[in-house]
Design a protein around this ligand. Structure first.
Ligand code: NAD
Ligand code: FES
Length: 281
């Protein structure tokens, strides 16, 4: 059992959990993820480790209530326990001192760029972060990202906070402003990671994306998370989650991510109707 030590509501539907997990905290590295199982009947939920403190034995995850399982997770509170937290999984982000690294986080994908930005900064890089969300109230972890960045740029789709536009527009603007970048690292919706990769492709600017396909076992056995990278089949859970954005077949990834949408919708509807009278806002 893994105890939830603290829960914070970061924005509507976005929750942060501090979980006691000394073994995972001891080994975690930037870019890795865990699989959370809420109870004995729960499905396996892959979530990027957004922060970890080795000395305190804690990890932090940030979730967006989107489907049945994440809504169920979002209802838990400090003091509750999780049946299982498995990890750290996946390959850590490759860290190197390259000069200037741009970390791009979209929506709830802002949180996972924190440990990566931290890692790049620690080994001597200049870190420029671009974070963005649909609207101002969905911009999370601004202070944390700022604490490990030399410059931070913020966008919102509706212009309610920061500059109006997508994070990829801001990246385009910075590149046009002749900023010299050695590497771009992006986490967020698949459409955003594709857009970022298309912005950097003509400039031959190395771009790493952290993919989040459907996962089942997260141990490389089931094949659910397969993606095509540079024409080769890769399993995101064991070969990734980081890949060269210029080589990812995003069309295939997007269509595979939609496979279970009808089932996911049905599961959420039946969960919602079972809990509509006890929903915690
Ligand atoms: P969202 O749809 O609200 O988008 C967030 C931001 O991404 C937007 O404000 C915009 O700046 C950018 N964006 C979105 N669509 C774009 C497009 N077509 N072109 C260019 N930029 C675009 O995001 P959300 O609802 O917060 O969802 C976040 C997503 O991040 C989820 O799909 C989640 O699965 C994913 N995620 C991935 C990881 C990972 O490890 N890869 C971790 C956490 C979350
Ligand atoms: Fe099964 Fe990756 S989730 S192989």
């Amino acid at each position: 059992m893994y105890k939830i030590l603290n829960k914070q509501n970061l924005a509507p539907s976005i929750k942060e959990f501090l979980i006691s997990s000394p073994e995972i905290a001891r080994k975690a590295q930037p870019g890795q993820f865990v699989v959370v199982i809420i109870d004995e009947r729960g499905e396996r939920i892959p979530l990027t480790i957004a922060d970890y403190e080795r000395d305190k034995g804690t990890i932090t995850i940030v979730i967006q209530e989107a489907g049945k399982s994440t809504c169920q997770l979002g209802r838990l509170n400090s003091g509750d326990t999780l049946s299982d937290v498995i990890g750290p999984l996946g390959r850590p982000t490759h860290m190197e001192d390259v000069g200037t690294v741009v970390c791009v986080g979209g929506g709830v994908g802002i949180a996972p760029i924190y440990p990566v930005a931290c890692g790049f900064k620690e080994i001597g890089n200049k870190v420029i972060s671009i974070i963005g969300a649909r609207t101002g109230e969905l911009v999370i972890w601004e202070d944390k990202i700022a604490s490990v960045s030399d410059e931070v740029y913020i966008t919102t789709d509706d212009g309610s906070y920061g500059r109006k536009g997508f994070v990829s527009d801001e990246l385009q603007r910075l590149i046009k402003g002749k900023k010299e970048f050695a590497l771009v690292f992006a986490v967020g919706p698949t459409l955003m990671m594709r857009a970022v990769s298309e912005v950097t492709r003509p400039h031959k600017l190395r771009t790493i994306v952290s993919l989040n396909p459907i996962m089942v076992d997260a141990t490389g056995m089931c094949g659910a998370c397969r993606v095509s990278v540079g024409g080769k089949t890769k399993f995101v859970c064991v070969d990734g989650p980081d890949f060269n954005g210029h080589q990812v077949d995003f069309d295939q990834l997007l269509s595979r991510q939609r496979i279970y949408l009808p089932e996911e919708k049905k599961a959420l509807q039946s969960y919602d109707s079972a809990h509509k009278h006890s929903r915690i806002k």
